[in-house]
Every structure is written in C-alpha cells, then in structure tokens.
Design a protein around this ligand. Structure first.
Ligand code: NAP
Length: 261
C-alpha cells in the first residue's frame, strides 16, 4: 500500500522502539523519511536497514536550532515536508519528593520541549511551502493517567496532549492537522529492561484488559492511518492504543513493586 507515496516526513526518536517502527511503516507506505535521533550508531543502522528513502540525521530535540534545521533538511531532501512525528522522549521513575531539579528539567526539555519545537518548526515549513501537512505527537496513557513515581513524565505528556489541541486549534484553518497517539505499554528498549523483572511484568500485565503489551508495529500502522488522507477530518485528539489499560488505571510502580518483591 502506497498511501504516503511522495510524502516527505520527519520522525524523531527514530533509531529505536516506537519511532523506528513508525519510520519503517512510513517507508513501507511510500514516504521518504528523515530519521532524527541522538544515538548516532543506532540511527545509522536504522537508516541503512530502511534503504534509499530513509536518511539519518543526528538531532537533539531539546535544541531548537537542531530541530529547525532538521525540518528544513527534510523539505529540501524530499521536495516537501508533509508529516512530522514527534516521538523522542523518556521519563524518570522517582517519588515526587525525591526527583531532582536536573532530572525534572531534562524530562521536560526532551519529552515536552522537543514536541513543542517539532510542532513549531514543522508547521513553519508546512506554512512556508503552502501545502497541507500533519503533525503526530507521541504521548502516553500517562498524559491522562497519573502514575506513582511518574510525576515528571505524566506532567510532560499531559503538556504534549495540550500542545496537540492548541496546535489543531491554531493551525487547522491553514491546512495542518495536529494529532496525538497515546500508547499504553509497548515492549521497546525503553521498557524491556524493567519488564525483565517478573514482579514488574505481572504488575503491568495485570492491569491491561487485553493481557499483553502493544507491539510497536501497531503504533506504526496507526501513524500511517493518521498521516494519510483517510484521517483528513481527525485533528486535535490523542488516540489511546493501550490494550484497554486506561479503563483500569496504572500500576503502583513504587509501592506495588516493593510489595511483590
Ligand atoms: P526508546 O526505544 O528508548 O526510543 C527513544 C529514542 O529516542 C532512542 O533512540 C533515544 O536515544 C532517542 N532520544 C532520547 N533523547 C533524545 C533527544 N534529546 N533527541 C533525539 N532523540 C532522543 O523509547 P520508546 O519506547 O520507543 O518510546 C518512544 C516514545 O514513546 C517516547 O516519547 C515514550 O515516552 C513514548 N511511549 C512509550 C511507551 C512504551 O511503553 N515504550 C508507552 C507510552 C509512550 P538513546 O538510545 O540515546 O536514549
């Protein structure tokens, strides 16, 4: 299926996990993709694996100038910038009373600030080229669901959801859609280590009605749909892909783990 044929895309956090799965699905759907990531080695490997319509570019999404030049470079490379996926992000698991100011700032700078720069500079390129586009922000169920020990991450992701709504509001009349995806538990390098702990695995799987993690490829398929013309009336919303976990809440990462170990 070539639903994204001829489109130019940027995907951040594209060397690993969900970002890599989205970049892969975009290339398979006919798009050209500029993969942005901090991890140069993994980025090289991912770009090579995806072939000639994929270009790797080392980018720190917390640095506005780097994000701006990545958006410009994608437009130059592919002739237009039609799709931006702001995926790079991470959290920190620590009690609210223990988290340091430095850790808080680093989570906000990448997980929230990186999305803001991606929306701002992605939209600027789209407006300048005078062609409609779509921006997809990768949020989390934690944007809506508080998690014990997850204050910095939950606050950042709630901010991401609001940027999505404000972006849709401001940019809709100018042909730009801004949408979000809120994954539940996805097994990626980010979560794999924690899930090796049987107590943690039990804690997570116990609250997911479907009893399993979401595959990164499922997020990739949803991103292709949202980026395509099939989703031309969807903007401002953040869609949960979580096996139903939002119906139950979030595991107690601090007390829950302590109890079961
Ligand atoms: P991942 O496998 O760790 O991939 C994230 C990638 O982003 C890594 O390659 C990482 O590089 C890169 N990165 C980190 N800081 C960056 C920066 N400042 N600029 C550019 N790239 C940077 O993580 P993932 O599980 O795929 O998660 C991707 C997104 O999905 C995140 O926003 C996460 O919050 C969200 N999410 C994940 C889950 C889940 O269960 N996995 C659930 C909900 C939401 P390094 O390897 O050098 O760190």
């Amino acid at each position: 299926m070539d639903v994204l044929k001829g489109r130019g895309a940027v995907v951040t956090g594209a060397a690993s996990g969900i970002g890599k799965a989205i970049a892969t699905a975009f290339v398979e759907s006919g798009a050209g993709v500029l993969l942005c990531d901090l991890n140069a080695k993994a980025l090289d490997a991912a770009a090579c694996e995806l072939g000639s319509r994929a270009i790797g570019r080392v980018t720190d999404v917390s640095d506005e100038a780097q994000v701006e030049s990545a958006m410009r470079a994608a437009r130059q490379a592919f002739g237009s910038l039609d799709i931006v996926v702001n995926c790079a992000g991470f959290g920190a698991i620590a009690p609210l009373t223990e988290i340091s100011g430095d850790k808080w700032r680093s989570v906000q700078a990448v997980t929230l600030g990186g999305v803001f720069y991606g929306v701002k500079h992605g939209a600027r390129q789209m407006l300048d080229q005078g062609r409609a586009g779509v921006i997809i922000n990768i949020s989390s169920v934690n944007g809506r669901q508080p998690g014990e020990g997850q204050a910095a991450y939950c606050a950042a992701k709630a901010g991401v959801d609001m940027i999505t709504r404000c972006g849709a509001l401001e940019l809709g009349a100018r042909g730009i859609r801004v949408v979000g995806i809120a994954p539940g538990l996805v097994e990626t390098p980010l979560t794999r280590k924690e899930l090796e702990d049987p107590a943690m695995r039990q804690l997570f799987f116990g609250i997911i009605p479907m009893g399993r993690a979401v595959a990164a490829e499922e997020i990739g398929a949803a991103a292709v749909f949202l980026a395509s013309d099939h989703a031309r009336s969807i903007t401002g919303d953040t869609i949960a892909i979580d096996g139903g976990s939002l119906t139950r809440g979030y595991p107690a990462l601090l007390t829950g783990v302590k109890k079961s170990s």
